[in-house]
Design a protein around this ligand. Sequence first.
Ligand SMILES: NC(=O)c1ccc[n+]([C@@H]2O[C@H](COP(=O)([O-])OP(=O)(O)OC[C@H]3O[C@@H](n4cnc5c(N)ncnc54)[C@H](OP(=O)(O)O)[C@@H]3O)[C@@H](O)[C@H]2O)c1
Length: 200
Amino acid sequence: MQILLIGGNGTIGKTVAEKLRQKHEVIIAGRSNGDVIVDIEDVHTIHTAYKKYPDLDAVVCIAGEARWAPLTEMTNEDFYIGIRSKLMGQVNLVRLGLQYLKQGGSFTLTTGVLADDPVDKTTSAAMVNGALHSFVKAAALEIDQDRRINVVAAGLVEDAAEKYEDYFPGHNPVPMDKVVNGYLKSILGKVNGQIIRVLE
Ligand SMILES: NC(=O)c1ccc[n+]([C@@H]2O[C@H](COP(=O)([O-])OP(=O)(O)OC[C@H]3O[C@@H](n4cnc5c(N)ncnc54)[C@H](OP(=O)(O)O)[C@@H]3O)[C@@H](O)[C@H]2O)c1
């Protein structure tokens, strides 16, 4: 398979890339480095990547940001950070990718535990994750040519636990091999329109 992995140099992305590389061709994309430069907020860079790789079997996004702050301090613009990046960035990857993704191919997006189990200061991140879950369920109804779309919603991952544990009191870090398996289920399996929760 030829797989485009946006965010493939990140904490989760690099572990998923390592596993996929054992049997597949993995093209890494990111804003600062990779095989192709993509900022999911910029549709021109998305188009450029798809034109460079027009025969993809899978598009995987493990990237996207949102602002964390108390609700009372969140401005309109703060909310749009998550809407432009994690939400519309991933929606546009799918919207534009439909012209290029091969028959039988798949999209795999990323949200996280906050959609179902938010913590303090995450009104934006939780909202965006929830919106993506609804998007995936609706998009799966329309995507044709045996192509599929799923989203992986992991809990706080083991490799980020030290950095973020104070923000997730009482959350059990999820082992990286289980997180990777969530992505493999979507990319290599047959599931469609699923929210693949990997929470423990
Ligand atoms: N860490 C966790 O415990 C956890 C759990 C569940 C879900 N998630 C979600 O999973 C995603 C990745 O998390 P992570 O911890 O692996 O993050 P990370 O370590 O910060 O890595 C993010 C990667 O995505 C790339 N990226 C960021 N913004 C981008 C953009 N606009 N366009 C293209 N590439 C972009 C970054 O590279 P460049 O800077 O070069 O672009 C980087 O390689 C996030 O959406 C996060 O909310 C994380």
